[in-house]
Design a protein around this ligand. Structure first.
Ligand SMILES: Nc1ncnc2c1ncn2[C@@H]1O[C@H](COP(=O)(O)OP(=O)(O)OP(=O)(O)O)[C@@H](O)[C@H]1O
Ligand SMILES: [Mg+2]
Length: 270
């Protein structure tokens, strides 16, 4: 455990039988890069239908954690369970089936530069849905409209602003009507009004489609608006999780410093 957390209570998120429960369970997940442990015996559970916001400092492993949920990264130890199925040792064919249930908004949108926005949004549908080209175009335009984009379907990503690209990435994430959506900094770089429209969309997807969302964000206004639960990643583990009300009132010094964005406190500035 890092010095920072000495003497602070460490919550226990291990679960007894992940194979018998719904939702996403990460258990004992450990991952290192260049000898540095990024995730260190990481335990956490995301319940079906909830929106969990993950906070934590840059470089703590939030994106790495999200990538483990869809096995874009393999853990060196531990397991990831999706609705009772261990994806860690799953064959590729089954893994692709499981991944179809996920929408993912990557940090930086990750659109294909040579494809139009419509082609980008419709990519998963083209490969997996069996819909005709015309039907895919209609669905893509509907998803673009849901994120407030109009008449951009024939443009290339390079013709869009950063915020528009982010929204197009979100349209692609929802196009397959997923059960789970992973959002990696969905509002970073967007103006406050567009950010709030994205927040509303996340809430709407949860209310209307019972989508389970995991949102990584540094945007506290957004986190407080959308989260059923917030969790803070530090030192390779979740050091704190609780409702928005709990987070706002917590006396945990590390969480307090982070949510207040203060240079004073246990977290060093550099
Ligand atoms: N594929 C990779 N190869 C080597 N190192 C990696 C790889 N992916 C992530 N890392 C390292 O793991 C650490 C955690 O990265 P990650 O991208 O998860 O941070 P983060 O919490 O998402 O930060 P930010 O808030 O800046 O996005 C960083 O030190 C990063 O350099
Ligand atoms: Mg990241």
């Amino acid at each position: 455990m890092s010095d920072l957390l000495q003497g602070l209570p460490m919550p226990d998120f291990s679960v007894a039988d992940p194979s018998s429960r719904d939702g996403i369970v990460l258990q004992g997940v450990t991952k290192s890069f260049q000898g540095r442990k990024i995730l260190d015996n990481f335990d956490f559970t995301i319940e079906r239908g909830e929106t969990v916001v993950i906070i934590g400092r840059s470089g703590e492993g939030k994106s790495v954690m999200l990538k483990h949920i869809v096995r874009l990264l393999n853990p060196e130890a531990g397991n990831v369970w999706i609705d009772g199925e261990d994806i860690t040792h799953m064959n590729t064919k089954r893994l692709f089936e499981v991944r179809k249930r996920f929408g993912m908004l990557f940090q930086g949108a990750a659109l294909f530069d040579s494809m139009t926005i419509c082609e980008n949004v419709g990519l998963g549908l083209k490969e997996h849905s069996g819909l005709s080209a015309e039907e895919i175009r209609i669905r893509a335009c509907e998803c673009l409209a849901q994120v407030g984009l109009d008449k951009v379907e024939d443009k290339l990503p390079s013709q869009l602003s950063g915020g528009m690209k982010k929204r197009a990435g979100l349209a692609r994430a929802i196009a397959m009507r997923p059960d789970y959506i992973l959002y990696d900094e969905p509002t970073t770089g967007l103006d406050p009004i567009t950010s709030d429209a994205i927040n509303d969309l996340i809430l709407q997807l949860q209310a209307e489609l019972n989508v389970t969302s995991i949102v990584v964000t540094h945007d506290m206004a957004s986190a407080f608006k959308i989260a059923d639960r917030m969790a803070m990643l530090s030192g390779g583990r979740i050091i704190y999780a609780g409702s928005v009300d709990h987070v706002k009132k917590t006396g945990h010094p590390v969480v307090r410093q982070f949510i207040e964005g203060s240079a004073q406190g246990p977290l060093s500035v550099f």
